[in-house]
Design a protein around this ligand. Sequence first.
Ligand SMILES: NC(=O)c1ccc[n+]([C@@H]2O[C@H](COP(=O)([O-])OP(=O)(O)OC[C@H]3O[C@@H](n4cnc5c(N)ncnc54)[C@H](OP(=O)(O)O)[C@@H]3O)[C@@H](O)[C@H]2O)c1
Length: 327
Amino acid sequence: MTTIRAIQVTEFGAPEVLRTTVVPAPVPGPGEVLIQVSHIDTLFIETQIRTGWARDYFPVRPPYTPGGALSGTVLSTGPDTDPSWKGRRVVAGPGLTGAYAEQVVASTTQLTPIPAPLSLLDAAALATDGVTATGIVEGVRIGPGDRVLILGAAGGMGTLLVQLAHAAGAHVVGAARGAEKLALVTELGANATVDYSTPDWPAEARKALGGTGANVILDGVGGELGLQAFALAADGARVSAHGAPSGGFAPIDPKEAGRRSITLRGIADVQFAQEEISRLSAKVLAQAAAGTLRPTIAATYPLDRAAEAHTAIEARALAGKAILTVA
Ligand SMILES: NC(=O)c1ccc[n+]([C@@H]2O[C@H](COP(=O)([O-])OP(=O)(O)OC[C@H]3O[C@@H](n4cnc5c(N)ncnc54)[C@H](OP(=O)(O)O)[C@@H]3O)[C@@H](O)[C@H]2O)c1
């Protein structure tokens, strides 16, 4: 029997609960392929699920293998699967289960071919964040003249939102914590940055937005910071409150939003159907291959050191993303 290494969450808890296990290699069924994994996406949400956060919403229970997206090469195809997938470089996901592994089975409907100049590493870094960021920017319809405030601007998705809003011709104000992250956000195209770990950040952000507030807010942080950002929304603004790394989504009063003609979008608006995921994934990989969008990879970790990746994400130590690498 062929075996592979996979990471398991052995119980809910601290990053140490992520352990390497040896399991039988998966076998592709009809319509599926077996992928030799190259790089694995990691997400902040995976660290929250690992602790047992929001169990009503996330039904997964230990032991389980985390991971929703990866890049790799198709090793073999299952019965009734188009054999031309074999040997192709693909992104699989988002929406997989158990991507923290050396080999993974995925349905062909979950695959996006990686355009030639794009590396497997960059493709993995875009696999989830690229889909969500592009979906958010399309959803709030950012265009020239918009004044856009982005919270968590130096995160995996924030770094893409900054580039996409800048490319759409908007005036972009990126909010993050610390000089290193703010420098990255400026490099990615923000017109101004603010450090939201300083108490007077809302006043600074208002000034950077031109005094009249934001007409688009992309909140990847939530909680009190998200609420403070909402207070900077101009009447008629479009607000996406999709983030909760602070521990919860911004508790925005929908009635106040309604009174001020503010359009509110949230986490439900970034749960895309597979067809939409495939369209967004192809779009984002094409942009990256053309050099108009780039992922920011702060650190890579060997698969066996997934716990270190989770520790760094939780510590807010990374300007950009953490990626797991299969040797
Ligand atoms: N990635 C996706 O496709 C996706 C999809 C749906 C929803 N979301 C949500 O969007 C948010 C951002 O996602 P992401 O994947 O881009 O995460 P990420 O790369 O880890 O970025 C999260 C950012 O949040 C900031 N942050 C603020 N308060 C924090 C805290 N208490 N602990 C840790 N970080 C904190 C950190 O930057 P500072 O240190 O600068 O504050 C960090 O850069 C998450 O809530 C996620 O669940 C993401």
